[in-house]
Design a protein around this ligand. Structure first.
Ligand code: FE2
Ligand code: FE2
Length: 267
């Protein structure tokens, strides 16, 4: 990571701070603060459901800039969707530089650029027998049958589609550049595992096609603005232009114990 410019934003993904030593958490928080960016963007898997508010609070106290974030699947681990939602919302009300985009419209970064976002977890659109750890550690999913888990994943995907269908058009009408923060990639082209495209089975959990649908529609209606999607979840990096659209998807490759930071310059 190099020194920031006043127009830079810092993008972090998949920090998984619950998995690193307390001293390293402190080091990471200080490193983020020392970059002095215009804003910090976080694309989920910050921690787990028991510690996500503690880790967001530490970032909020150290960083003198807005922290715009979405949660990832791990941010609900050892807890439930409703419990984490309640705690994260309450934290954002007390710490005004924390902004959970899943619950917000667009946020302006400059006269020409704004940010929108949603948790956008894997939305179970393809059939899959994969047994993933979400089914064990997210209470809502652990309690359900296979069929009902997929119903819930798809229902949450639909919530994501509706949110983006609502917040994207006004953002695209007003700004030349719209950054979209998601946890899972919205298009299969950007979902990769060990350098190869994700298998059809794993796309059930490593793709939020619902987000892609909303973005595709908004992009057709607003062909002149550009949409830059930032996401994580796969832990394998990708930079993909979606053919026939004004959408570019960047996936942050991230090591579980050595999170990567990326500085992005605003236009
Ligand atoms: Fe992750
Ligand atoms: Fe994830």
């Amino acid at each position: 990571m190099t020194d920031s410019h006043p127009s830079d934003v810092l993008w972090l993904s998949d920090l998984h701070l619950n998995l690193v030593e307390a001293s390293l958490v402190q080091e990471i928080v200080e490193k983020v603060a020392a970059t002095n960016p215009r804003a910090v963007l976080i694309t989920g898997d910050i921690s787990d459901g028991l510690r996500v508010t503690k880790h967001l609070r530490a970032l909020s106290r150290a960083v003198n800039a807005p922290i715009l974030f979405v949660c990832g699947n791990h941010d609900y681990y050892h807890s439930s969707f409703a419990q984490v939602t309640k705690r994260v919302q309450a934290l954002c009300e007390r710490n005004r530089n924390l902004v959970w985009l899943t619950r917000m419209g667009h946020v302006e970064l400059s006269a020409t650029t704004c940010v929108v976002g949603h948790d956008a977890l894997g939305d179970g659109r393809t059939d899959s027998d994969m047994d993933i750890s979400d089914f064990l550690w997210i209470k809502d999913l652990a309690e359900l049958s296979h069929e009902d888990r997929f119903k819930l994943l798809r229902a949450r995907g639909e919530e994501c589609r509706k949110h983006l269908a609502e917040v994207l058009p006004p953002a695209l009408a007003r700004y030349e550049h719209v950054i979209v923060l998601l946890h899972a990639p919205p298009f299969a082209e950007a979902s990769r595992f060990r350098g190869r495209p994700s298998s059809r089975e794993s796309l059930a959990h490593y793709l939020c096609a619902s987000a892609g649908e909303a973005m595709w529609q908004a992009s057709i209606a607003h062909p002149r603005a550009d949409i830059h999607v930032l996401c994580g979840h796969c832990h394998y990096g990708a930079d993909v232009a979606i053919p026939g659209t004004n959408i570019h998807v960047s996936v942050n490759g991230s090591d579980y114990h050595h999170p990567e930071f990326r500085l992005l310059s605003l236009r």
